[in-house]
Write a new protein. Structure first.
Length: 271
């Protein structure tokens, strides 16, 4: 069985204090985009993953699913990577979710949506989002999801800066704590919710607050090239720019060659 594993961008990300379970409370707007890996999953004698030597999350996901399923089921997954690795685009999480969804259909008694969500949440905070359709508001640690009605008629330019290096997510959050980033959390959370209430057209997304975890001068460059919104996705380092028209987005992509690798894509509703 084969399926796409699309990337995501965070159209907004506000982060609060560290909770008692060692995780930060956050509020984020998840948006799937068309850039995607491809995942093949077939029943096998043992869990194995081919095609991407750096994988850990797909194997973890399938082993957790096997532990929950009756009958000692196992699968072989093959990953065809297109989404850049460690780029803030959720490629590994999406791979894991697609593998879970495909493997679950091979079970004599597939797990329910709630059960599969629980397995996905145990793999990683972004994984449950990739099991549901459409934009979602993620809260708590990101695994509590609420569907959002957002405009989808815009173009997305993704830029991975030439000099970018991916810091570990733990180090990004540690730096956030060191600068007392959680201060004013309630106000920023309310500002995001208020801005979402006012979104009717693509350009209304410009009112969403900036990413709490990371910033990049590349976002300023993309706005100068015509993006109506530009920001870092997740913990970075990829920067996205949103454009009303394909021609303007393509022109920006040509100009952005000096900034880094780039991909021009569109919103995607489901995997």
């Amino acid at each position: 069985m084969r399926g796409p594993a699309p990337a995501k961008i965070n159209l907004a990300l506000v982060v609060g204090p560290l909770g008692s379970e060692g995780k930060h409370e956050l509020l984020t707007v998840y948006q799937r985009v068309g850039l995607a890996d491809r995942i093949d999953v077939d029943p096998a004698d043992r869990v194995s993953v081919d095609g991407f030597a750096g994988d850990t999350v797909v194997r973890d996901a399938l082993e957790l699913l096997a532990a929950r399923a009756d009958g000692g089921r196992a699968w072989r997954a093959t990953i065809e990577k297109r989404v850049p690795v460690a780029a803030g685009l959720g490629g590994g999480s999406s791979d894991a979710a697609t593998a879970l969804r495909l493997a679950n259909t091979t079970l004599a008694e597939p797990l329910s949506e709630a059960e599969l969500h629980a397995v996905a949440a145990a793999v990683g905070a972004d994984v449950p989002f990739f099991l549901v359709d459409g934009p979602q508001l993620g809260s708590g640690d990101g695994t509590t999801l609420r569907p959002l009605e957002l405009p989808q008629d815009f173009w997305v330019l993704l830029v991975l800066p030439h000099d970018a290096h991916k810091s570990s997510t733990a180090s990004v959050y540690a730096a956030f704590d060191e600068r007392d980033g959680a201060e004013g959390w309630e106000e920023r959370r309310s500002a995001l919710l208020d801005a979402l209430d006012g979104v009717r057209r693509p350009r209304d997304l410009a009112a969403l607050p900036p990413n709490d975890l990371a910033a990049s001068p590349v976002a300023d460059e993309l706005r100068a090239l015509g993006a109506f919104r530009a920001d870092v996705s997740g913990a970075g380092p990829t920067v996205y720019g949103l454009f009303h028209h394909r021609e303007r987005a393509r022109a920006a992509q040509r100009a952005a060659k000096r900034l880094g690798r780039s991909w021009l894509t569109v919103p995607a509703w489901y995997g």
